[in-house]
Design a protein around this ligand. Structure first.
Ligand code: SAM
Ligand code: SF4
Ligand code: SF4
Length: 370
């Protein structure tokens, strides 16, 4: 078979040539570090109605900021076609993200299309979405009806003043809580609530958040503030290590460590000793979990990133729009995944400063999703 080499381009420089060898997926893909391909995160918009200080700070994402034009966005048909190929390669879980995914017009239609896909073993996908919760109360029922299974809601504080300082658009805590309850009542569960902990900003909220979500159906997870993107002015001093979060909560409400639900789970689980439920901690900075990382990320304009901290993506949209066949696309995906050796967080642990101030610009969280 003749091997065609094409260049998969990226806006800030190009990735090396990837062999475009047509290939039928067999569901058994592994990367250069023997990690399978299990999860696909799809960013469906780079826009957001919040300006979280750690993600889309107002000074950068102001009225002059150039968002992607509509024609650059993957259409629902394109997203579904790529997703189908990933599922054939072994993906079992798809998470929609953004920007704020509920801002994408007719997102329910996309969910309906994705919900029809079946894994290699014939099961429905684990189909979920991460949202800031602002539109959840309004959309929970239609999302459920479209086939969404569950949601993860971001909430950084229960205190209005702190929360508003973090979302920077004056959005009230009560509206997010209302969205969470609406999602629960239509059966979009189990619901996870993600709190990014930024030292000096909302770490005083760790205990109130833990108290609030204890003995509820919701699983609260604490995320270490990460050095994603190039806009948030990240500083290691503002990272509160997960061990400290567990220590503070455990001192008041004793915790015992729980086993992971599955290999590659990003959150370490802790249960309240008295049976009051569980919390999770995501230690992306202090305890890298690259060795189990099975996630691929598709940007809003169809670039495939093999790591959250990548500086370059592979342009799958170009292949789609150039009329390549499913087997050619599938071969490109396989080639990219097999070559994947990313382990940014592990290397950061070894050399924090060097990586945080690297010369290449990392992609923004709002472009690639969490
Ligand atoms: N807008 C949606 C939301 O906020 O849930 C989805 C997209 S957002 C980029 C996905 C997740 O990334 C959110 O839980 C957010 O808190 C998290 N995130 C954004 N910037 C982060 C950072 N610098 N460190 C850690 N988590 C971050
Ligand atoms: Fe928007 Fe989510 Fe980023 Fe906040 S974390 S600015 S809600 S994309
Ligand atoms: Fe995965 Fe990259 Fe995060 Fe490591 S740094 S866990 S490889 S996304």
């Amino acid at each position: 078979m003749t091997e065609r080499i094409i260049l998969l381009k990226q806006e800030r420089g190009s990735k090396p040539a990837v062999p475009l060898v047509p290939e039928a997926p067999d569901g058994l893909l592994a990367d250069a570090l023997a990690r399978p391909l299990h999860d696909l995160r799809i960013s469906i918009t780079d826009r957001c109605n919040f300006r979280c200080v750690y993600c889309m700070p107002k000074e950068v994402f102001d009225k002059d900021y150039q968002y992607l034009p509509h024609s650059s966005l993957l259409t629902f048909e394109e997203i579904t076609r790529i997703a189908r190929l990933f599922v054939a390669h072994g993906v079992e879980k798809i998470r929609l993200t953004g920007g704020e995914p509920l801002l994408r017009k007719n997102v329910e239609k996309l969910i309906e299309m994705l919900a029809n896909l079946r894994t290699v073993t014939g099961k429905p996908l684990d189909l979920t979405l991460t949202t800031n919760g602002s539109l959840l109360a309004r959309k929970a029922q239609s999302l459920k009806d479209a086939g969404l299974q569950r949601v993860t809601v971001s909430l950084d504080s229960l205190d209005d003043a702190t929360f508003k300082r973090m979302n920077d658009v004056d959005f009230a805590v009560a509206d997010v809580l209302h969205g969470i309850d609406a999602a629960h009542s239509v059966g979009l569960g189990p619901i996870k609530v993600n709190m990014v902990v930024k030292g000096g900003m909302n770490d005083q909220e760790i205990l109130p958040m833990a108290r609030h979500f204890r003995n509820t159906p919701y699983i609260l997870r604490f995320i270490e503030y990460m050095d994603v993107g190039a806009s948030n002015g990240w500083n290691m001093k503002e990272v509160i290590p997960s061990a400290e979060v567990v220590r503070r909560i455990g001192a008041e409400m004793p915790l015992v460590q729980a086993d992971p639900n599955y290999t590659g789970e990003t959150a370490a689980r802790w249960r309240y000793a008295d049976g009051g439920g569980e919390i999770g901690v995501i230690s992306s900075v202090t305890q890298a979990f690259c060795s189990d990382c099975t996630r691929a990320r598709l940007s809003t304009e169809g670039k495939l990133y093999t790591c959250l901290f990548a500086t370059q993506g592979h342009d799958l949209r170009a292949l789609l729009r150039d009329g390549h066949s499913d087997n050619e696309l599938s071969g490109a995906i396989a080639g990219i995944w097999r070559a994947r050796g990313d382990r940014y967080s592990e290397l950061r642990t070894i050399n924090t400063d060097g990586l945080a101030h690297g010369s290449e610009r990392k992609v923004e969280m709002s472009y690639i999703g969490g």
